[in-house]
Design a protein around this ligand. Structure first.
Ligand SMILES: Cc1ncc(COP(=O)(O)O)c(C=O)c1O
Length: 388
């Protein structure tokens, strides 16, 4: 079946992204897609409602098998079913995992630039965040392994990863992950990995989860979800992959800390997830090739302009370097609101402020390209015309 990703879809009454801009401005902010729910998932939601059993439910083996098989199709790995925990969401699971693996006041490493709520996780949970800023050289980010070691030496208990990284689009290489593994083992640190974007990969980049590495498997948690892969952020569901039984039990206990209902997905979430993983293969491939077309178009528009970007290795997010414009925060907002009328998320949201390159000016804007082609065309045409 052919899915029509060009089809107009009005999100102005319910979509957070579209509700936050004045008419005429193109929003490229919140990391969801402007495509409607896959029809197969919508049918599963309707079927759950028609079935009408909204009493307490036990998770079915088929729900776990759907996740297991999706992972096998993406990575070739057949994970034992008992290593998969159904969860009500990624951020929630990241925080529960950190909470389970640390004590109040323990040090936790985060690597910025990073998805804003993830930056807040450690301090909100009474842990001490240690920042390991990614190094930015020639338009590309890499992990600062020397500083990571310094954080571990200072007593960090957990490294919170974002893989692929939101907002920079980095997909960590095997060499980088091997270096993390060596340090984590040497300093006895756990690795908790947010892999919500791991199905969105470009140009043959391969995602490597710490839970798949013999050197990290027993000290790691990774969290995946249908949120980004199938544009299902409005559902409350995700899966934690936890190979080590003791860690699994600790994290599972945390899920129910705030009550039974908070720790589980709902009947609807579960049916939606299972439908997406079982019926979503075609939609997924067509979605990827459509969004890749958006990147090609956007990068062609940017060619030769003072604002620059690389195609991300993963994610549907373009991390636009605007440092050549020398704008302060107010200037950047003026540019987006009044000149381009294209709204992205300023780099400062992701804590880019203390870079080695920081000069006191705004230097990046994150633009979400998971939208109809017509919006990408109009947005980047506006940006190009501004510099004409
Ligand atoms: C890296 C990252 N983690 C987590 C989330 C949110 O996940 P959830 O809604 O399942 O908590 C997002 C959403 O943008 C994200 O980009």
């Amino acid at each position: 079946m052919r899915y029509d990703f060009d089809k107009p879809f009005d999100r102005s009454r319910t979509g957070m992204k579209w509700m936050s801009v004045p008419e005429g401005t193109i929003p490229m902010t919140v990391a969801d897609m402007d495509f409607p729910l896959m029809p197969e998932v919508a049918a599963a939601v309707r079927a759950a409602a028609d079935r009408g059993d909204f009493g307490y439910q036990t998770l079915r083996r088929a729900d776990y098998e759907a996740v297991q098989d999706w992972i096998r199709r993406r990575t070739g790995e057949l994970l034992p079913l008992e290593t998969l925990l159904n969860t009500p969401g990624v951020l929630y699971t990241m925080r529960c995992s950190m909470y389970a693996l640390t004590k109040p006041g323990d040090k936790v490493v985060i690597q910025t630039p990073l998805h804003t709520p993830s930056i807040k996780s450690a301090s909100m949970m009474g842990r001490e965040p240690l920042k390991n800023w990614l190094l930015y050289q020639n338009g590309r980010y890499t992990m600062d392994l020397d500083h990571l070691e310094a954080c571990f030496r200072a007593g960090a208990r957990v490294l919170m990863m974002c893989a692929p990284n939101n907002p920079t689009g980095r997909v960590w290489t095997k060499a980088e992950m091997d270096a993390v593994a060596e340090l984590a083992n040497r300093y006895d640190v756990y690795v908790v990995s947010d892999e919500i974007h791991r199905d969105i990969l470009w140009d043959g980049n391969r995602h490597l989860s710490p839970t798949s590495m013999p050197t990290l498997r027993d000290r790691s948690v990774s969290v995946i979800s249908t949120s980004k892969t199938f544009n299902m952020g409005g559902f409350h569901i995700g899966t934690a992959i936890i190979p080590n039984e003791k860690i699994r039990e600790k994290v599972r206990d945390q899920f129910y800390n705030y009550g039974f209902s908070c720790g589980r997905p709902t009947v609807i979430d579960l049916d939606a997830q299972t439908a997406a993983y079982t019926c979503g293969e075609e939609w997924y491939h067509q979605m990827l090739s459509y969004i890749e077309g958006n990147f090609d178009l956007a990068l062609a528009y940017l060619d030769g302009l003072p604002v620059t970007a690389r195609k991300p290795e993963g994610t549907f997010l373009l991390w636009l370097d605007i440092s050549a414009l020398g704008l302060d925060n107010a200037g950047m907002w003026d540019l987006m609101r009044n000149k381009w009328r294209v709204k992205g998320d300023p780099g400062s949201y992701y804590d880019t402020a203390d870079y080695q390159t920081y000069t006191g000016s705004e230097h990046h804007i994150r633009l979400n390209l998971a939208t109809q082609r017509i919006h990408v065309e109009e947005a980047f045409d506006r940006i190009r015309r501004y510099f004409a």
